[in-house]
Design a protein around this ligand. Sequence first.
Ligand code: SAH
Length: 409
Amino acid sequence: MEIRELKTIKIKISKSLQTKIRKGHPWVHFYQVKNISVKGRPGDYGVVYDPDNQFLALGLYDPLSDIRLRILQTGEPAELDAEFFRARLNQAAAIRRSLESQGTTGYRIVNGENDRLPGLTLDRYQNVGVLKLYTQAWFPHLDKIVPWIERDLKLTPCVLLLSRHVERTLLKNAPYQNQTVLQGPELDGPVGFLENGLRFEADVLQGQKTGFFLDQRENRQRVRELAAGKSVLNAFSYTGGFTIGAFAGGARSVLEIDSNGWALKAARENLKLNFPERLTEGNGFEQIQGDAFKALAQLEQEKTFFDIVILDPPAFAKNKKHIQNSLMAYTRLARAGAKRTRDGGILFAASCSAPVKANDFFRAVHLGITSAGKTYEVMERTGHALDHPVAFPEGAYLKGIFCKINGPG
Ligand code: SAH
């Protein structure tokens, strides 16, 4: 691996951003850097001083990212050595420890900015670590982190994943590639783990995110608690997390819809691990491969209703430009879902679009349900689980709502 001297760059920013950073905001965007002549390489140190020339913040610089500086330390200067990162890693791990006693061995150990390791997530699947980077600034610092993942957290192997942006902008001679095994043996297939005592497999290399939507664990548990004797529609089912939860809670039947055949196959494998008898035809489990909007329209023609309808689509809005269109799509989806919900049944709708604010999403769902000619009562609004803490407003992306639906059906 390339060894190079890291530079320390002084970065000038406005007073108002200084105040924000003092309160915990973790980013300096490119357009907020006042000294335009700043030159550095990914992973150089960036330091911000206050108007009295006192230390304000220290972070990692990345000229390839719109977020030019990701803050690691404020208030007191610190040496970003192995012990510094070890402490951060162990603090994050300690917050999650209670999950183990709940029969959960697949969870997020580091949630980036929200665990004061910006641009880096670490997920655990049983004994396997999956480190995902959203900036190349981490490359020159990884050797101060990776050893602790094995020694302190007991995870081995540890696989590196790169965000799409990092992959696209990867420099020639980059020391790491997507799917590099950082320590331990190569992975030879999906990794088994437990979620609330239920068995799953995650394909860390082929799957979406790091292989599983760990962030929906609590909502799956709620569905489990509500599912006894119920018929369930699981739209955007991916590898069947909500399905297994529903069957574990005694659901009578589950219909999955997903456009991805690979995900549907993985969902059948997960079902086999827990309730293999359900795979026999006529035992309450079915799948539709295709577009969920079209499948919902087809179910409407067939006048099929469900006791519980789950709508957990991919992010409809990736950035601010998409917010309006995404809200319309959330409304259309909630409308179609509410129409398929039996009188007195439950609709669960979720959004993982970071730019969409919770209240706007809930309003979109409201419009969808009411435009379907139904009334509803909010049972619960849900957000982030313990292993996905939120430390600043932009860190909150997940919102969910459970509604009891009333009206003909
Ligand atoms: N609920 C899942 C996660 C859903 S991720 C869980 O708990 O694990 C979103 C899923 O939507 C992905 O599996 C993706 O393949 C699927 N998808 C994306 N667009 C779709 C569409 N138009 N119709 C149906 N499925 C779609």
